[in-house]
Design a protein around this ligand. Structure first.
Ligand code: FES
Length: 103
């Protein structure tokens, strides 16, 4: 998989679960590459966080529910994430406890 961009959630739930540490780890791991590593706002998957969103060269987005630093890079490079859908249409709008729990 050609990875284009990695975004690490910095919403309050993910921050409380050390997403900053994950961000630092991934930034270091990809510093000599053309992969951009950024922080992002809440991805709406708070209960499963910390979460990481990866966008590949085809603009496909996959979300990774973090496990350990030593495996997250391998999981990203093996394209093991779950397809990610943004809450941009009414039928996909899910304001369940995941999202509200972050407010
Ligand atoms: S705070 Fe990270 S997904 Fe909501």
């Amino acid at each position: 998989m050609q990875t284009k961009k990695i975004e690490v959630c910095c919403g309050s739930k993910c921050i409380s679960r050390n997403s900053e540490e994950i961000f630092d780890y991934l930034q270091e791991e990809y510093k000599e590459t053309d992969v951009a590593v950024h922080m992002c706002s809440c991805l709406g998957r708070c209960k499963k966080g910390p979460n990481i969103l990866v966008t590949d060269e085809k603009e496909d987005e996959k979300v990774y529910h973090y496990s350990k630093n030593r495996t997250i890079k391998e999981r990203i490079e093996n394209n093991e994430g779950m397809p990610y859908t943004r809450y941009d249409t009414e039928d996909k709008l899910d304001l369940g406890s995941d999202f509200l729990g972050d407010l």
